[in-house]
Design a protein around this ligand. Structure first.
Ligand code: SAH
Length: 348
């Protein structure tokens, strides 16, 4: 017997229509079901559907696949960190930041990650599995439920996982979350961050999805990048920047380079000069962030003075750059830190 549960929220309207007609239902019901699911409703709340239909849907699948297992609220800035529970018992993290221009949610795309970046806590135990599109939507639904009179306005795919390593479900998520009959979040309010899987980045440029692409660069040359990011063994910086140029050309959107400053690794003024040379003439923006120290790996962040020195080199060389605000520093705000802490606590 097949008992795999369908995650109804992950179906496109045409797929939902097809599934309902195979269940002997009228196709127009699909619109109603779609709109309920994307409002965050449970089966029992779908009051304009017959009890019999709601029961059929329940027998075959899940309405809302994600629940909040734990919440931490930052005393410093009100940032909330969620631990989301998935239907199979796995959990992932999300972070909700309240900016004056609207609530921004950082979501995870995989349970863990297999990219192996040396400074990242999400990858320490490898990748358990991909998240489905419905589960990514579920993270947004959960965050919306915690807010009164406000909804998630911006989304960044910067939680655990490598979005380009879960390509199909990430693209499906992007199409569904921006669907006018669903959450209707503008693609221009969404950022997708990648460590630089070049073939997928090129393919992504052709999807016609005007999101912001963020590239985790973190080094001005291949030698340094290879020390901290295994993906740099596969693709050179030049190949990676070429993929970024292709993205800019296809979408007309600037690319954002993430650069975590790591003491004694990539944070010197010489590194800033070299970076500026590489990025010259590109339609881009550099986001500097002092590394969140990962004790397990002996990699350390930098002082504010070092950040400012790096920034001033970029400014002098006319590279658009800012220092990213750190939020939720007191609540394990950074990637993978809360999940690891909870897993550790569970073991002890
Ligand atoms: N896999 C994707 C998205 C998830 S990581 C990517 O690599 O881009 C999101 C961002 O957090 C990336 O820029 C990543 O390099 C950065 N990051 C990971 N660990 C960090 C740490 N300890 N301090 C600062 N930034 C970190």
């Amino acid at each position: 017997m097949e008992n795999k549960q369908i995650q109804w929220m992950g179906l496109y309207p045409e797929e939902l229509k097809q599934a309902l007609s195979e269940m002997g239902e009228k196709p127009f019901r699909a619109g109603q079901v779609f709109s309920w699911l994307h409002k965050g409703a449970r089966f029992e709340e779908m009051t304009n559907l017959s009890l019999a239909l709601r029961e059929k849907l329940r027998e075959r699948g899940i309405d809302q696949p994600v629940a909040i297992r734990e919440t931490r609220v930052s005393k410093l800035d009100g940032t909330q960190k969620f631990l989301f529970a998935l239907p199979d018992g796995n959990c992932v993290e999300g972070v909700l930041m309240r900016y004056h221009y609207g609530a921004t949610l950082c979501i995870s795309t995989q349970v863990g990650c297999k990219m192996g970046c040396r400074f990242c806590a999400s990858t320490l135990d490898g990748c358990v599995r991909n998240l489905t599109a419905a589960e990514m939507l579920g993270e947004v639904q959960c965050a919306n439920r915690t807010m009164e009179g406000e909804r998630v306005h911006n989304i960044v795919l910067m939680g655990s996982g490598e979005p380009m390593d879960n390509y199909d479900d990430v693209v499906r998520f992007l199409r569904l979350v921006s669907h006018p009959d669903g959450l209707n979040i503008g693609l221009r309010h969404i950022s997708v961050s990648t460590c630089g899987l070049v073939p997928q980045m090129k393919r992504f440029a052709e999807e016609g999805l005007p999101v912001t692409l963020s590239l985790s660069l973190h080094a001005p040359n291949d030698e340094i990048r290879r020390q901290i990011m295994p993906v740099a063994q596969r693709y050179t910086i030049e190949e990676t920047l070429d993929a970024c140029r292709y993205y800019i050309e296809k979408t007309g959107r600037r690319v954002v380079f993430e650069y975590a400053l790591i003491d004694n690794v990539n944070a010197s003024p010489e590194c800033a000069e070299e970076l500026a040379g590489r990025l010259r003439g590109m339609q881009c923006h550099v986001n500097l962030i002092p590394l969140n120290t990962v004790k397990e790996r002996n990699l350390f962040g930098v002082t504010e003075k070092q950040v400012q020195a790096f920034l001033s080199v970029l400014e002098r060389r006319h590279i658009s750059a800012t220092r990213r605000r750190e939020m939720g520093d007191d609540i394990e705000g950074a990637c993978g830190q809360l999940r690891k802490k909870v897993l550790r606590e569970g073991q002890s």
